[in-house]
Ligand binder design. Sequence first.
Ligand code: SF4
Length: 297
Amino acid sequence: MQVVRITPRGYCYGVVDAMTMVRRAAQDPAMPRPIHVLGLIVHNRHAVAELDKWGVVHLDGQDRLSLLDQVASGTVIFTAHGVSPEVKERARARGLNVLDATCPDVTRTHDLIHQLVDEGKSIIYIGKKGHPEPEGAMGEAPPGRVQLVETEADLADLSLPADRPVAIVTQTTLSRWDTAALIERLRERYPQAEVHNEICMATQLRQEAAVNQADQCDLVIVVGDQRSNNSNRLVQVVQEVAHRPAYLVGTVEDIDPRWLAGKRTVGVTAGSSTPSQLTRQVIDFLESYMPDQIPVA
Ligand code: SF4
């Protein structure tokens, strides 16, 4: 099987920095224990399991404030997705040792939301419901000032005061193709709205590479966790923009041989939270696969 190694792929700088912070904390004897991570440091269960071996406790759940209530002492680490100011204040007020692994790109969006609030604007945040990044970003504004929109169906529930200017902000790990239609609908409704595309460079480059290089492939396999938003977006852009079949696999074991029937060239990419050894195993498997031995379905 011919394999196209789609580049760039895999870990982004925000994830690398966050994982390094957790590993260093775990290796530092002076770090107050126990060491908790508020949420999953990255949305990949293999990466999390590696860090758990160092004695780090990952608290999994959607609401960061509730997770924080489970921490009685020691160190708490905020993930690359960022947390709201309320979470930061409560952690400090409780005397916990705090390490903040928020990605600089997420911090930039938080600063932007602050600025837009100061300018008196209502904010529509395009993001994924239940994902930690919107939770942290929306917490930067007073209650009700930011409204979350994930799909066009959510537009029916939008209610913004008529006397405030409107700003539209996007989550960092969406796709520009995905958000374009939604932004267009919003601008029909709020023609004066200013748009801030906050999709990060790492996400954009991986998506553009997947779309461009999918041209040479019969199908594309994306290595990433089911919960990883950017991995799911990679599958989506290959299917919807490049019009090629695409499948998400957590590990090499998830590859269904039926996908490969009659195929000669497979593209491989990976979400920005996917450990590179998982991607390497997928590439090794595909490179040694003999397409002629597979019956055409
Ligand atoms: S995907 Fe983008 S925003 Fe998220 S951690 Fe990586 S670089 Fe930062």
